[in-house]
Design a protein around this ligand. Sequence first.
Ligand SMILES: *[C@@H]1O[C@H](CO)[C@@H](O)[C@H](O)[C@H]1NC(C)=O
Ligand SMILES: *[C@@H]1O[C@H](CO)[C@@H](O)[C@H](O)[C@H]1NC(C)=O
Length: 459
Amino acid sequence: MGRRWGLLVGVLGAVWLLGSGQGGRQPAETAAQRCFCQVSGYLDDCTCDVETVDRFNNYRLFPRLQNLLESDYFRYYKVNLKRPCPFWNDISQCGRRDCAVKPCQSDEVPDGIKSVSYKYSEEANSLIEECEQAERLGAVDESLSEETQKAVLQWTKHDDSSDNFCEADDIQSPDAEYVDLLLNPERYTGYKGPDAWKIWNVIYEENCFKPQTIKRPLNPLASGQGKSEGLCVEKRAFYRLISGLHASINVHLSARYLLQDTWLEKKWGHNVTEFQQRFDGILTKGEGPRRLKNLYFLYLIELRALSKVVPFFERPDFQLFTGNKIQDAENKMLLLEILHEIKSFPLHFDENSFFAGDKKEANKLKEDFRLHFRNISRIMDCVGCLKCRLWGKLQTQGLGTALKILFSEKLIANMPESGPSYEFHLTRQEIVSLFNAFGRISTSVKELENFRKLLQNIH
Ligand SMILES: *[C@@H]1O[C@H](CO)[C@@H](O)[C@H](O)[C@H]1NC(C)=O
Ligand SMILES: *[C@@H]1O[C@H](CO)[C@@H](O)[C@H](O)[C@H]1NC(C)=O
């Protein structure tokens, strides 16, 4: 890790110094500065600066990504919201209407998406159909071509692979339903207070790597110093990813706050006070700006994963299959355009600095990382508010998919930068969650610009 991190620590030090220097000259900080004081200039653990990320995201990526996510392929997400919480059983269900999730009627979802068998390509699809037909006819495996058997075996292997960071959600369960994400937007639901804190407390307290010496309750509005100091790079990164996810969710809730709730009309919009309570440097005793920084860290990690997985999507036989040929082809073009844009971003995070050191130790650490992460995806089944559970599950699965990509050796082994990758696979669920999760963080970064403007009018 040595030199690179030394350098980064140096840069970070310089940023801190700069920060305090400015503070000295401007004793009366504006409200905007108090939230964003640390969120400018260089980001630690990455050789890029916030302004570059903002410009890139807000003007080049965000609009196109929104477009893509409105397509049928990406708007329907299959999810089981009825899985019991594996850790405790006193979940108080949020009864508010805003917490409810409206699943799709079965005729709303395009058949191409619903067909369970659809995997990665038309070719694979027809192979599986062959399989299913054989099953229906009561045939046993021997009737399948050798090629089919091999393919099926391989998919099963891929799907169960230990590459996975998330507990594979049981989407074959009768309880799993398609949800139209556009009709169930992530926004303020009124789900907060002790129940919401409990979830995040458990996530941080029991499932994040922590420095042994610090042990204290942590709720989203609490504050404190240097939670992740004294940890190795990987463990600190884990903590920062979770914190970034948490920050991102809170940015959304502040940006889609229920401002007016009368029988005539419901109005959602920016609540600057709510935003400040979560991110203002003084009100959160320094935690807020750090949380926002972690949001950028999460953004860069997912951005890097997307740029790494480009060869998988470039495969000629890869389709965003919904059954509508023209639409599917257009969507794939848009997807590739977005991915090439992402690849052109000059300052990618270097994941090779993770799990570098001693091989045995690195593997152990990676396994720890994976187990912790799986646990967090299971905790999402304990969220009382169904809409929050939906978006929580989707975003953890998306992040899990990003980690799977980043740490997959199959993709590394297969990475002469050009040329498609045939070793590595993603399921539709993983693809949908990966892009929607990234879409959420991209939206957060965009919303920060809006809050910055709103805060500039307050002193
Ligand atoms: C998983 O989460 C549960 C509930 O918080 C906790 O008791 C357990 O120690 C966690 N396991 C890991 C590997 O983090
Ligand atoms: C904005 O959020 C604050 C703090 O959470 C709350 O007290 C206030 O009522 C909200 N404002 C509106 C207009 O809903």
